[in-house]
Design a protein around this ligand. Structure first.
Ligand SMILES: Nc1ncnc2c1ncn2[C@@H]1O[C@H](COP(=O)(O)OP(=O)(O)O)[C@@H](O)[C@H]1O
Ligand SMILES: [Mg+2]
Length: 333
């Protein structure tokens, strides 16, 4: 576990991303700052609809078009801004230095291309391998992600694989060029619990082996707790708290983080017991308050009125939105 912050590999500054919907162009990511140290696993957690995927898609400029648009901010990867870089440079970085794993492998894989060819392609393109070398390496990679009979599987098409196996293929493609950063957006959400654990353990093992940094996005707090060194908690388009995993889970300060924690199934609870969920639901972007959005969720007036709470350091490396109704420490800052 890392507790100090070396120079970041990726630094997101003041990111604001919007979608055009029937209510017009509305921000769904609202001035988000996040930093990923080299080799670290950084998590983003929050309920569905809070803007986690929009952050991930902004970084690699894969927002749905024409509705998605980055309105402001920077995503500095080794000091270079991915958001303003020419497409050519970005394509190289995306294939060779940043590996992306999304929730639905079937959408990301090409249904009419053999699995082996899909893994070999970036190896030829970015690492200049010959076709033969790339194919041999593709089989090794399938073996590394624990796909049984890898040489045979390489010849097959995605539809012949189970969901868990397809997700392993996605991981093999994402890791093929030994990226310095892996962006994994709900990489196991579509899988059942056992396969989910296996795939996460595999991803973590490979990440340690290759020393790749990871941005792991999940609505599941336990997944983030078990895998990440640092955690960012997102609510309604904003980061409301961030800290090292240990600090966040032993000393949560924002009311939303606490609510998420108490809504998470504890292992000692019987499997079918209902979640003590957070009341209400995440508002749609056209409903977002300008002031404290968790006060809005709780149906109370924020003591700050329409003013956005400051996001400030409340303990070394521990940041939170300082709404007096949502954070006890707000009074001290
Ligand atoms: N293609 C889209 N067009 C319009 N709105 C979208 C689109 N995709 C997502 N949104 C909206 O953006 C907000 C953030 O979504 P998303 O980033 O997917 O959240 P999360 O990943 O945390 O579940 C949500 O309100 C969602 O409805
Ligand atoms: Mg998402």
């Amino acid at each position: 576990m890392m507790d100090t912050l070396p120079a970041p590999l990726l630094e997101i500054r003041h990111l604001t991303t919007a979608f055009t919907g029937k209510h017009g162009l509305l921000p769904v990511v609202d001035d988000v700052n996040l930093s990923i140290p080299p080799g670290a696993c950084v998590g983003i957690v929050g309920e569905s609809g809070c803007g986690k995927s929009a952050v991930a898609m902004s970084i690699v400029r894969l927002l749905p078009q024409p509705s998605g648009r980055i309105l402001a901010g920077h995503a500095l990867f080794r000091g270079k801004d991915l958001l303003t870089m020419p497409t050519r440079g970005l394509n190289t970085i995306r294939g060779a230095h940043i590996g992306v794993i999304f929730q639905e492998a079937m959408q990301a894989l090409n249904p009419v291309q053999r699995i082996g060819d899909q893994i070999a392609e970036p190896l030829m393109l970015h690492l200049g391998m010959s076709e033969g070398e790339a194919h041999a390496r593709a089989v090794q990679l399938l073996d590394a992600v624990q796909v049984p009979a890898p040489a045979q599987r390489a010849q097959e098409y995605p539809h012949s694989l189970s969901g868990g196996m397809r997700q392993r293929v996605m991981i093999a493609i994402a890791l093929a060029c030994k990226p310095e950063l892996i962006i994994a957006d709900e990489p196991t959400t579509a899988l059942d619990a056992t396969v989910q654990r296996q795939v996460l353990a595999l991803l973590r093992g490979l990440q340690r082996e290759t020393r790749a940094a990871t941005l792991l996005i999940s609505h599941n707090l336990s997944i983030v707790a078990q895998n990440c060194d640092f955690v960012y908690v997102m609510y309604a388009g904003r980061v409301v708290e961030s800290a090292s995993t240990k600090e966040l889970f032993t000393n949560p300060q924002h009311a939303y983080t606490r609510a998420l924690l108490s809504a998470t199934i504890r292992p000692e609870m019987p499997r079918k017991s209902p979640l003590t969920g957070i009341p209400g639901s995440v508002p749609a972007p056209y409903e977002y308050a300008t002031g404290c959005r968790f006060c809005q969720r709780m149906g109370r007036q924020s003591p700050l009125g329409p003013e956005r709470p400051h996001f400030a350091e409340i303990a070394p490396g521990h940041f939170a939105e300082l709404c007096p109704a949502c954070c006890d420490m707000a009074a001290d800052h």
